[in-house]
Unconditional design. Structure first.
Length: 114
């Protein structure tokens, strides 16, 4: 069974940075396309960054140039470096397969104050 544990969220001022981590068990992340998702208050969960098994990263336009998705194969962990954060990026952040087929973790709360 796949288990995902997200961490690294917190409260940060606008313009600040956070680095999120997602530790996985029950699956070898390097074999899959993986992604980070964000669920803003009252909104649906949306995919914001993905990384193919071959290392190709894709981002939604709103985070391009500010967010970086990466994977540590030795630790079976995926990261999301978020810079120049904006208040509208407040929400709960999750990792999952790009297809979203794994059981969702609890996510990690990111709050960006203005």
């Amino acid at each position: 069974q796949v288990q995902l544990v997200e961490s690294g969220g917190g409260l940060v001022q606008a313009g600040g940075s956070l680095r999120l981590s997602c530790a996985a068990s029950g699956v070898t992340l390097s074999l899959y396309a993986i992604a980070w998702y964000r669920q803003a208050p009252g909104e649906q969960r949306e995919l914001i960054a993905s990384l193919s098994s071959g290392g190709y990263a894709r981002y939604v336009d709103s985070v391009k140039g500010r967010f970086t998705i990466s994977r540590d194969n030795h630790k079976n962990t995926v990261h999301l470096q978020m810079n120049s954060l904006k208040p509208e990026e407040t929400g709960v952040y999750y990792c999952n397969a790009r297809s979203g087929v794994w059981t969702w973790g609890q996510g990690t709360q990111v709050t960006v104050s203005s």
